[in-house]
Structure formats: structure tokens, C-alpha cells
Design a protein around this ligand. Structure first.
Ligand SMILES: [Zn+2]
Length: 282
């Protein structure tokens, strides 16, 4: 039984000129459709849900188009696009699915830019963080995007109910995550680190997690670790199968939320590889 994919074509409606543009998700959607995945349509997250993570004034400013930085423009209606992307993550958390929505979320902190950064790295609302707060369960967030999820770390640092694990390329945007801090376990890795060493590091990181404290695993599923992408760690399609397998072997309910990954064909094939690795090892 294939993992269901939360997706709405509405998420393709903005930012055609941007590297975080609709093509990356549209092409991935077409690949997954051809492979027989079932899609479910999310509804926008409620404002109450957004407030479980974000500051009210920040949300108001996003709604009014008042927050903008060079990476993260104040597009028309971006508040609604972001709210629907959060809805995708919430839906994925409810069905153990994969949210194939944009904009991504892991750089969005409580008030937008997190941990001393000015730019928000294409993110408006922290999809994974809100889904976990709505679920209200003790969670492991496994962030396999090639960038450090500084927003997610800011939101959950010191929160005993969440363990955050990130493997990311360094040095790179956002210039955080050089070391582990409390409940946030970080591995900063050099560009094109390579699949074999990456998977060994992932084993080491997961070995540091007290699974007795975990009720659900949320995967911040970024694919910009793919060879040649923005935060390449030299991974190729088959490596994502192994990541999915490791998630399954944790023996906990899991869900997945798209973060980065900027070459649509790779994203589609890598999502399929990840989900096959997950399903075949449940
Ligand atoms: Zn990234």
C-alpha cells in the first residue's frame, strides 16, 4: 500500500521566476502520479493552528505583505499559499503521508527569521512544527534537508517533548547548526560528503535518540542534498531509499513534509525512492 501524498495544484500558483518555483513540485507531482501514488487535497490550516507556533504580529505582517527579504518575497496572497502548505503537513501527520506542498517551512522561526538571520530562506510558516503542535505528541523531527532547519530548532529548543536531528551541509545558509545544543542534535557536513558516509552519520545521529520518548517521527524531507543541488551532500536516488528504510526501522508512526530540492525530476524520483524504502521496511 503506497503512502498517500497530500497535494493541491493551488500550491503551483506563485513565484514562477524564483528557484523555489512551481516547476520543482509540478514535475515531482507528475512523476509520482505516473507511478500510481494516490493524492489527497489538503485544506488551509486554521489561524489557531498557526498561532501554536508563530507570533501573531508576524502572521499579521505576512498577511499584509509587510515582510519581505531577497529570498522570500511578499507575493500576492502568500499568506494563503503558506496556510495551505501548513494544511498539507497537518494532513500528512494525520494519515502518515507525504506532503508535497510549497512553500517549505524549516527556516521559519517564531517571528519569521530565526536564530539571528535576516532572510527566511523561502519559508513563511513552519509546516512541520505546526503539524507537530497540532498533533500534540512527543516527536522526533528528522531534518534531512541539506540546510540546517534554524526555524525548527528555534521553535523547539528546550522543549522536552521534541527531539530535533539535522544533517546538513556546512558552511552554507543559514550559518547555524554547527554543534548540538540540548534537544537539538546537529551534524554539519562538508559539500558532497557522499552517500555511504552520510548514511553512517545518520545511523550515528539516530543512535543518539531516546526512542522511548518518541511517539511520532516527522521527517523534514528536503532533497537539495542530491548531487549538484543547492546543498549537495552527494546523495543519489538510491540513498533516499536507505533513509526511508532507517525511518521505518525506528518502529514509530511517521509522516513526511517536503522542504527543499530544486530539480523537479530528482525530487520526484527521490520522493518515490524514500517512500519505497520506508514502505518496504515497515
Ligand atoms: Zn534546503
Amino acid at each position: 500500500m503506497k503512502t498517500k501524498v497530500a497535494f493541491s495544484e493551488k500550491c503551483l500558483g506563485y513565484g514562477t521566476w524564483h528557484i523555489e518555483g512551481p516547476q520543482r513540485v509540478k514535475v515531482a507531482y507528475e512523476i509520482l502520479k505516473a507511478k500510481g501514488y494516490q493524492f489527497v487535497e489538503p485544506t488551509p490550516a486554521s489561524e489557531d493552528d498557526l498561532l501554536k507556533v508563530h507570533d501573531a504580529e508576524y502572521l499579521w505582517n505576512v498577511k499584509k505583505g509587510l515582510v519581505e527579504d531577497p529570498d522570500t518575497p511578499a507575493y500576492d496572497n502568500i499568506y494563503e499559499f503558506a496556510r495551505l502548505s501548513v494544511g498539507g503537513a497537518v494532513l500528512a501527520s494525520q494519515i502518515g503521508g507525504f506532503s508535497l506542498m510549497r512553500p517549505p517551512g524549516h527556516h521559519a522561526g517564531i517571528r519569521g527569521a530565526a536564530l539571528g538571520n535576516y532572510t527566511r530562506g523561502f519559508c513563511y510558516m513552519n509546516n512541520v512544527a505546526i503539524a507537530i503542535r497540532v498533533l500534540g505528541k512527543r516527536a522526533l523531527i528528522l531534518d534531512v534537508d541539506g540546510h540546517h532547519g534554524n526555524g525548527t530548532q528555534e521553535i523547539f529548543q528546550g522543549d522536552e517533548s521534541v527531539i530535533y536531528v539535522s544533517l546538513h551541509q556546512s558552511p552554507n545558509y543559514p550559518g547555524t547548526g554547527f554543534r548540538s545544543e540540548g534537544n537539538c542534535i546537529n551534524f554539519a557536513l562538508p559539500r558532497d560528503f557522499g552517500g555511504k558516509r552520510y548514511l553512517e552519520t545518520l545511523d550515528k545521529a539516530l543512535g543518539m535518540v531516546d526512542l522511548g520518548k518518541v511517539e511520532v517521527v516527522a521527517v523534514s524531507a528536503g532533497f537539495d542534498t542530491h548531487l549538484g543541488d543547492l546543498a549537495s551532500l552527494g546523495l543519489v536516488e538510491k540513498d533516499y531509499f536507505e533513509i526511508g528504510k532507517k525511518v521505518a526501522l525506528l518502529g514509530k508512526p511517521a509522516f513526511f513534509v517536503l522542504e527543499g530540492g530544486y530539480a523537479g525530476e530528482n525530487v520526484g524520483l527521490d520522493v518515490d525512492s524514500l517512500l519505497r524504502g520506508y514502505e518496504e521496511n515497515l
